[in-house]
Design a binder for this molecule. Structure first.
Ligand code: F6P
Length: 359
C-alpha cells in the first residue's frame, strides 16, 4: 500500500501534527508514504514528491506551518500558466495530476485543506483519485465538523491581542479596533471577542450600522467607561455595503479582503471625536505553535484519515462530531458553507452581556 499526503490552501497551526500522525499510523501498518510538496505542485512536476518516513516527521507535532509547504494558487483544474506573450492564464491540469499519481503507484491521497482544497479533492475523487480529506482552516468555516484544527490557536492569538489592547486602551481613553481573519465567517472575531470581553464585535454574518457602533461607544462613555474595544472580522461589512478589499490579487488567488479596522477607526473618530487606533492581526493568527487542543485534534484527524483509507472510505472527510471522529462525504460537507448562526447561544450571550454587533 502506498499513500500520499498533500497540504493545500492557507496554512493553519496543526498541519504538521496531522502529517506526523498520518505518517506514523501508515508506516506502522507497513505502508509507504509520499509527501506532495506545495499543494499539488509536486504531482505536476512543479515541485517534488518526497518519501515521508518516521524520521521525516520526528519532532514536528508542535511546529506551526507545514513541512510539505502549501499554496492557495494551486487548483489543478485552474492552474496558472504563462502563455507565449507573457500573459497569465489558467489551464486544467487535473488529468495530468491523476496520471502522475497512478504512475507513482499512489493508492490513496490524504488531502489536508479548507473548503477550496476540499472542493478540489472532491473533483479529483470524481476523476478517479482515491482521496480522503482532512478539514483545515483557522476560520472554522467547514461544515460537518464541530471545529477545524488551527481555529483554537487563532482564537488564542486574537485573545492575547485583545487582552493587551484593553490595558493600553483604558490608559488612554481610546477606542482600539482589532481586525482578525475571517473572510466569510466571523468565528474568530466572535469567539475571541466574547472570551476577551470586547465591546463591539463585527462579523460578515451580521452587517453593521456605524451609527449603532458609535452609539455603543458613547453609551460606555456616559457610564464612565472611556475606552472601547472593537473586534472586526476582515470580511465584516456595513448594511447595504460591501467588504473592504486590499488592492490587486495575483492570478488564481481569491480577492484579498482587509482594511476594515482602519476604516472603522476613522469613521468612529469622525463621529464620536474619540481618539481611535487600529491594528490588523493578520498572519500572526496563522503562525506559531498549535495549542494543545489543536495538536490533539490534528493528531486524531491524521490517525482517522489512515483508518478511513484502510476501511476504503474514499471521497470522505474526517470530521469531529464530539465525542467521536467520524467520516462524512466531502460533498456533504461542501453543500452548505459553515457560518456563524446569528441565533447561536454565543451570540445571544454576547448580546445579553452588553456586546454590540452594530445592528
Ligand atoms: O482562509 C483562511 C484565511 O485565514 C482567511 O481568513 C484570510 O482571508 C486568508 O486566509 C488570507 O490568506 P492569504 O493572505 O494567506 O492568502
Amino acid at each position: 500500500m502506498r499513500i500520499a499526503i498533500s497540504t493545500g490552501g492557507g496554512d493553519a497551526p496543526g498541519l504538521n501534527a496531522v502529517i506526523r500522525a498520518a505518517v506514523l499510523s501508515a508506516v506502522n501498518r507497513g505502508w509507504d508514504v509520499l509527501g506532495v510538496k506545495r499543494g499539488y505542485a509536486g504531482l505536476l512536476g512543479e515541485d517534488e514528491v518526497i518519501p515521508l518516513t518516521r524520521e521525516s516527521v520526528r519532532g514536528i507535532a508542535h511546529l506551526g506551518g507545514t513541512i510539505l509547504r502549501t499554496t492557495n494558487r494551486g487548483d489543478p483544474f485552474h492552474y496558472p500558466a504563462r502563455s507565449a506573450d507573457g500573459a497569465v492564464t489558467e489551464i486544467d491540469r487535473s488529468g495530468e495530476l491523476v496520471a502522475r499519481a497512478q504512475a507513482l503507484g499512489i493508492d490513496a491521497l490524504i488531502t489536508i485543506g479548507g473548503d477550496g482544497s476540499l472542493r478540489i479533492a472532491q473533483q479529483l475523487f470524481e476523476r478517479g483519485l482515491k482521496v480522503v480529506g482532512v478539514p483545515k482552516t483557522i476560520d472554522n468555516d467547514v461544515s460537518g465538523t464541530i471545529t477545524t484544527f488551527g481555529f483554537d490557536t487563532a482564537v488564542n492569538t486574537a485573545l492575547e491581542a485583545i487582552d493587551k489592547l484593553h490595558t493600553t486602551a483604558e490608559s488612554h481613553d481610546r477606542v482600539l479596533v482589532l481586525e482578525v481573519m475571517g473572510r466569510h465567517a466571523g468565528f474568530i472575531a466572535l469567539h475571541s471577542g466574547v472570551a476577551g470581553t470586547a465591546d463591539v464585535i463585527l462579523i460578515p454574518e451580521i452587517p453593521y450600522d456605524i451609527d449603532k457602533v458609535c452609539e455603543k461607544i458613547r453609551a460606555r462613555d456616559r457610564a464612565g467607561r472611556y475606552f472601547s474595544i472593537v473586534v472586526a472580522a476582515e470580511g465584516a461589512f456595513p448594511i447595504g455595503g460591501g467588504e473592504s478589499s486590499l488592492g490587486e490579487s495575483l492570478p488564481g488567488e481569491e480577492r484579498r479582503v482587509g482594511g476594515i479596522a482602519e476604516k472603522l477607526a476613522r469613521a468612529i473618530q469622525a463621529r464620536t471625536g474619540k481618539e481611535c487606533r487600529s491594528l490588523v492581526l493578520g498572519h500572526l493568527q496563522r503562525g506559531g505553535m498549535p495549542t494543545g487542543y489543536d495538536r490533539l485534534l490534528a493528531t486524531r484527524f491524521g490517525g482517522a484519515a489512515v483508518r478511513a483509507i484502510a476501511a476504503g472510505c474514499f471521497g470522505q472527510m474526517v470530521a469531529l462530531q464530539s465525542p467521536h471522529i467520524v467520516c462524512i462525504p466531502i460533498a456533504e460537507a461542501l453543500a452548505t458553507p459553515k457560518r456563524v448562526d446569528p441565533g447561536h447561544d454565543v451570540v445571544m450571550t454576547a448580546r445579553a452581556t452588553g456586546i454590540s454587533f452594530g445592528d
